[in-house]
Design a protein around this ligand. Structure first.
Ligand code: GLC
Length: 637
């Protein structure tokens, strides 16, 4: 069924969906264990000075805290490692465990000894660390429609995160991307809110477990509230043409499409929620009281705490890009506000509980205290924020002199283990979507005498992993130990009975019996991935043509963070597999190619024929007459 912008039944469908979501969401509320310690917390808050309260609400990036004594003297409540904020000693598990431990020890030396809650973006495994298992990004997991598998992946991720000591990950992204030109489309499970609502809460359950105080549980963070995936294309295009933009829809549509996973995530006990950089009808989410307090806290009954996005509050009042500012760990250049104090006032009064920031943390602490003393931010608001933060720390068992504050050494042997890689390999296989299979070319249960492999992605672990891997933007090539490229996996299957040759451009393929071309896009994250044209590269297109011209049957594998415009490749390929961003376990793709695993993936985004069909927007359920529709996926007879 397709909606035209003004079709009356479209409005009726959206309004009735919104009504159902509204009723349903009215049933949402954080579970009682999140507020079970409120009496103890009240007694602590009464003892706290204003400076200590504001310290709990401050989360600097560790890269900005040069003097570790600040952790103690400012009684910081939290720190994070942004996408590229790694320990100076190195990027192994032991480096991170020592790095975290040193900072936690400083926190315990503060007057009240309240521990830090330390956060990272472990969004597809403990992806900052060398040797961690890197799982498929959400767009691929969306194609599995398998909440049990997604929960198991989150559980493994939690165990690898706690092995390093860290207790909080800024995941899951429960965006509902409606424009695949967006550089964060791959962080969304699907264009379909129902798929996001199915899988988002499964990540929360996996990360937090049945008991958030467990030694292998981490606090989750549903993000980015709300409508991060529905922004309008900004004229002029280029970097940031979509990311952090403006969602221009009425409330019924915002709820019907973008509320998705939040009610169930809250019911599952999600400990934290991150408001979005983006705006709703011109108002920044990070300063929107209706969204943060009226809807999230009052209507949906969220009892955890809201963590701002990275320097996001700087954007609330006359933001200016200040290239002289220290390069933040996530965004090149730094948006600075001409009136930072006003930004703080707006955001905290809107309902923000903790602020993620970089080098301005002392300014933030000073200014927020001034705002309270000037009566511009009520002490009751501060007390509410601190209460919410301490609720999570109590629920995590951090407040009772818990030895679990430290890296969990029992979990360290399984970090990056074969057992974890086995689950990741299964997830890769279940995420692969068979889009075309002329003459039942696949599965190739027995590789022929000679196979020729080509394409930019065939032997590139970085392309398999995508952004948020080791560094914020990811990287090409062999960026982490323990992974398997698609070429590696093919050679392992070939053994000494099949000759496997590789040339990226497809040259010297004559005489081979089968061609496999792995095409796609290089890694990116956030605004760096906003792209106006999603066509395959000329090099990849030429490689497919070269194998076709040599008369080979050609299998095309697509490694991408979104559907790409295939052009002539759609006709030239005899078989096409969408493998998304599978992560370190490329063997999962080969398992489907050889039939070692079935082809079961179903598209979580419609696959457009051309850029004319992009964006999907809000007035249609999905793209009309796409190359491959939402939910499509062939199987093996
Ligand atoms: C980034 C992202 C957010 C991430 C945060 C910390 O800018 O928007 O998803 O969790 O900063 O790295």
């Amino acid at each position: 069924m397709t909606f035209s912008p003004l079709a009356p039944f479209a409005r009726l469908a959206i309004l009735s969906t919104a009504f159902v979501v509204l009723c349903y969401s009215a049933l949402a509320a954080s579970p009682p264990w999140l507020t079970a310690n409120d009496d103890k917390i009240k007694a602590i808050v009464e003892k706290m000075t204003l400076a200590e309260k504001v310290g709990q609400m401050t989360q600097p990036d560790s890269g900005s805290v040069k003097d570790l004594d600040d952790i103690t003297t400012l009684a910081l409540g939290s720190m994070l490692s942004g996408g590229s904020s790694d320990p100076e000693s190195g990027n192994k598990l032991s480096d991170w465990a020592d790095f975290y431990t040193e900072r936690q020890k400083r926190a315990l030396k503060s007057r009240l000894g309240i521990p830090l809650i330390y956060g990272v973006d472990a969004v597809h495994g403990h992806n900052n660390l060398l040797g961690a298992v890197v799982f498929p990004h959400n767009i691929g997991l969306g194609c599995t429609r398998n909440p049990q598998l997604v929960e198991e992946i989150a559980r493994i991720t939690a165990r690898e995160v706690r092995a390093s000591g860290i207790q909080w990950t800024f995941a899951p992204s429960v965006a509902v991307p409606r424009d695949i030109r967006w550089g964060r489309a791959y962080e969304g499970f699907s264009e379909d809110p129902a798929v996001v609502a199915l899988l988002g809460p499964a990540v929360v359950r996996g990360l937090q477990g049945t008991d958030l105080s467990g030694k292998e549980s981490v606090a989750a963070c549903a993000k980015h509230f709300i409508g991060d995936g529905g922004t309008e294309f900004k004229p002029g295009g280029g970097e940031g043409m979509l990311d952090q933009g403006d969602v221009r829809v009425d409330e019924a549509t915002l709820r019907a499409i973008h509320l998705g996973a939040y009610p169930d995530a809250i019911k599952a006990g999600v400990a934290t929620i991150m408001p979005s950089y983006s705006s709703w009808n011109g108002v920044k989410c990070s300063g929107n009281k209706q969204l943060l307090t009226d809807i999230l806290k009052n209507e949906l009954g969220f009892e955890g705490f809201l963590i701002s996005d990275y320097n996001a509050i700087d954007q609330l009042v006359s933001p200016e890009t200040d290239e002289s500012a220290p390069e933040s760990n996530n965004a090149a250049g730094q948006v600075r506000s001409a009136d930072y104090k006003k930004c703080i006032e707006i955001s905290i009064n809107a309902g923000m509980d903790m602020v993620m920031l970089t080098d301005r943390y002392k300014e933030f602490i000073t200014m927020l205290q001034e705002l309270v003393e000037e009566g511009k931010v009520p002490m009751a608001r501060i007390d509410d924020a601190v209460t919410r933060i301490l609720r999570v720390k109590f629920a995590m068992g951090m407040m009772e002199a818990d030895p679990d504050l430290w890296p969990n050494k029992e979990l360290q042997p399984e970090f990056g283990s074969e057992a974890h890689r086995k689950v990741a390999r299964q997830a890769v296989a279940e995420s692969v979507v068979l889009l075309k299979n002329d003459n039942a070319l696949l599965p190739v249960r027995k590789l022929p005498r000679r196979v020729h492999v080509a394409g930019s992605g065939a032997d590139d672990l970085g392309m398999q992993c995508g952004g948020w891997t080791i560094g914020w933007q990811g990287d090409r090539g062999d960026l982490t130990p323990g992974g398997t490229t698609i070429l590696d996996a093919l050679k392992a299957v070939a053994g000494n009975t099949t000759e496997v040759n590789f040339t990226a451009d497809g040259s010297k393929c004559e005489g081979a019996d089968l061609g496999i071309v792995v095409v796609g896009e290089g890694p990116y994250a956030e605004m760096k991935g906003d792209r106006y044209d999603l066509a395959l590269s000329p090099e990849d297109t030429a490689a497919v043509a070269a194998l076709k011209a040599a008369g080979l049957p050609v299998v095309v594998v697509v490694l991408s963070g979104r559907p790409m415009i295939l052009g002539d490749v759609a006709d030239q390929a005899d078989a096409i597999l969408a493998a998304w961003l599978p992560g370190t376990e490329g063997a999962g793709v080969v398992d489907v190619l050889t039939g070692a695993a079935p082809a079961t993936g179903k598209l979580s985004f419609a696959w457009p024929r051309s850029m004319d069909q992009v964006p999907l927007g809000h007035q249609r359920e999905t793209i009309e007459n796409p190359l491959y529709p939402l939910g499509f996926g062939l199987g093996y007879e």
